[in-house]
Ligand binder design. Sequence first.
Ligand SMILES: [Zn+2]
Length: 460
Amino acid sequence: MPAMSFLSDVPSTWEVLPDAFVRGISLVTIPNSGIAPLLQLCEALHSTQFEEPEVIRLRQMAQARYMLQFAASQSPHYRKTLAGLDIDTACASPEAWRTIPILTRSDLQRADPPIFPEYMPIGHQVASEVQTSGSTGQPVRVRKSAFSRLFFRALAIREQAWHQRDITKKLASIRANVKKESRENWSSAVSHIFRTGAYDCLPFVDITEQLAWLAKVQPHYLLTYPSNLLALLNAAAEKSLRLENLIEVRSIGETLSTDLRERCEDQWSVKVSDLYSSEEVGNIACQCPENGRYHLMEENLVVEVLRDDGTPCAPGEIGRIVVTDLHNFATPLIRYDIRDYAEVGEPCTCGRGLATLNRILGRHRNMLRTPEGEVRWPLTGFHNFDEVTPVRQYQFVQSERDLVEATLIVDEPLTPDQRAALEGIIRKALQWDHRLTVSDQCTPLAVGVNGKFEDFVSHV
Ligand SMILES: [Zn+2]
């Protein structure tokens, strides 16, 4: 049985900030008002993770009942879509739950009638609004409550604790929409309660500049997007650059492939831990420290993985992800189709009752559709490109049912032999006998406005 105290179980390097507790009180330890709710939530999440799946499910449905009742009365959108729904019945069984209508991104985007509630429950207030651009250029607006931000922080802290990170070490992050800066602490959720090490941050500048920056900063932890990690690995291999202090790479923002994970582990001898999140609902799943499965953040979200017919996928099956945010009253997201696909996992052997995913596969538009009618997640074969020539970046676009166009970013124009060799690798990886064009260029491909990049996009 795990110990049930968060603060006594955190890694030994985690030192509580000196002003975390009220001083001069001997009767009881009282956290300062600024961190008390966060600490309380960390404490709760420390024990709920080990509850039995049935208990977790019951808790979820008790909270879902609040959310549905609130949405049905305060949100014009749900007043319409949940009209006539018996909420108690809907929350009483998984079958009944699935009669609740799915919220699509288009519904959310149209927002007619508005989804935002007219009043907030006592103790909740709107704290911020995010506008997500999305890879298909359909922006949606989601308001976040202060409490949902609190949940986000507590889950982020738990993820750090799972991986036993030494938060006194140096963290570097390379990501979109940030400015270059150095700070004295990690400036992340964990820094609200604990003393953290230095933090250096860089936007997506030229890859050579990124490498030079990393060589100077020499971080212990590196946080970045998978596509950027690939570019870094390629550039570092060429310069034989090793990041001597590096302990772990943390990937966010895009789908992390097994290929890339292995490549990073081989080349830099560090582990890669991935976090699956979305701007709309925050952390959805993070990797189990013991076996790499993705644990769902079920205290905050109901996550369903559904087949095309709407029934739940069994372990090993791939389906679309539908999420319900249990705590963000500022924008009720009930059975929201987040448009990602994932493979359902078995219950984890680590003792945590939180359900698992084996892998996250990305968007519907990242699937290959063959003229024969097969639909599958494509392998691009980039692991083998280096046998022919260094490929800095690549993107495959399926523009027609029988046509895939590959664009490879290389330093020197491809020779006919190289092109033929690369075409062979791509055909084999994609299992593709139809039309394939391979073009090369020296200028990098642009990433989306959110800094995200998709290496396979289907337009069919
Ligand atoms: Zn686990």
